[in-house]
Write a protein that binds this ligand. Structure first.
Ligand SMILES: [Fe+2]
Length: 350
């Protein structure tokens, strides 16, 4: 769920999303991540947009969260008037790729539907007072934003090595516009994410994904199988969070499954999540198998502790996921039936 700085409602599935494939821009322009390739695809002029420390990246990428720096703070595409144009474009072309709500104050609140009687343009114009959270999911569908995503993916691959690109099932850029003091509720995500702060300041509380008091095994199993909102905020464990102060020019890398929530400062905030969904289906298959083993009264061994058990569970989990996708639609927005995303999939029907 990418709720980051929001939920990535995309993954959280608050509203149905239509995107399952990479955008035409991505398909057309990402071919070669070398400097020469960037020039050929018209990206070289953008320069580096995401600054990564090689040693930090190699030590912690998709294992622990860490701070990053970027060059988007003064970028014209992320100014409010330009984002209003993007809202207009996306409303006309890809209305399911905009999520918005207003008036959420509770950290533990589940995602709910968008207000029916207001448009995203109205919310944007009243962003100062509407307690709104607006998520331009898949902003890269708009070509100029797609170039920004391409450039940042290039920046990542320059550090990681190009082999990482083979693991990227779908690359995405979500842009979040939030009202002063607005909260983005507690959740975990299934995507690898770089959350970049562009305008305003906010605090993100990030928890160790290996802490089983913060994130019990059963919550992870439910999250990957039946309920993208399964992670439950525990106020008495808030002091275990690492709190990053996000400000224009910095950001944070958020690994898969790392619990987090966000509190906006007394300012309008604009941030962007650069993320990718992985081809690796181990999380889905192993956690969904364990979900059903637990429902049978067993206490299954967590994933990644026994290669033998994982090997036995993989095909079982794949069958479970195939069945559930066929019957209920995709839990997250990465499969062929994205319009079938449910706010909460029935967990008593299998
Ligand atoms: Fe998130």
């Amino acid at each position: 769920m990418l709720r980051h700085d929001s939920p990535s409602p995309d993954t959280t599935g608050r509203r149905a999303v239509s995107v399952d494939r990479e955008s035409p821009v991505m398909n057309a322009e990402i071919r070669d991540y070398s400097e020469a390739g960037a020039r050929r695809h018209g990206l070289a002029g953008n320069g580096t947009l995401l600054n990564l420390d090689r040693a930090e990246f190699e030590a912690n990428f998709n294992r622990n969260f860490f701070e990053v720096q970027h060059q988007l703070a003064d970028h014209p595409l992320f100014q409010i008037p330009r984002l209003l144009e993007l809202a207009d474009e996306m409303t006309k072309k890809w209305p399911k790729d905009i999520y918005f709500d207003a008036g959420v104050d509770d950290i533990g609140q589940r995602w709910s539907g968008a207000p029916a009687d207001i448009t995203v343009e109205d919310l944007m114009r009243r962003i100062e007072t509407s307690k709104a959270w607006i998520d331009f999911k898949s902003a890269e569908r708009s070509k100029e934003y797609g170039k920004v995503l391409n450039t940042i993916i290039c920046d990542i691959l320059k550090i990681s090595g190009r082999q990482l690109e083979k693991n990227m099932r779908r690359k995405q850029m979500a842009i979040f516009v939030t009202s002063p003091n607005r909260i983005s509720t507690y959740h975990i995500d299934s995507e690898v994410n770089f959350l970049l702060q562009i305008r305003g300041e906010k605090e993100i509380s990030l928890f160790d994904r290996k802490d089983r008091e913060v994130l019990p095994e059963v919550e992870i199993e439910r999250s990957w199988t039946v309920d993208v909102n399964a992670a439950v905020y525990k106020p008495h464990l808030q002091d275990r969070a690492t709190v990053f102060k996000l400000r224009p020019g910095n950001g944070v890398h958020i690994p898969v499954n790392s619990p987090h929530w966000v509190k906006n400062g007394n300012n309008i905030s604009v941030s962007a999540a650069i993320l990718y969904h992985s081809w690796d289906s181990a999380y889905y298959n192993l956690y969904s198998t364990n979900y059903y083993l637990r429902r049978m009264g067993l206490n299954p061994t967590p994933p990644f502790q026994s290669k033998l058990l994982d090997a036995l569970k993989q095909p079982v989990g794949a069958a479970i996921q195939a069945y559930r996708t066929a019957r209920f639609g995709n839990l997250r927005n990465i499969g062929p039936n994205a319009d079938g995303i449910h706010d909460r999939t029935p967990d008593d029907a299998f």
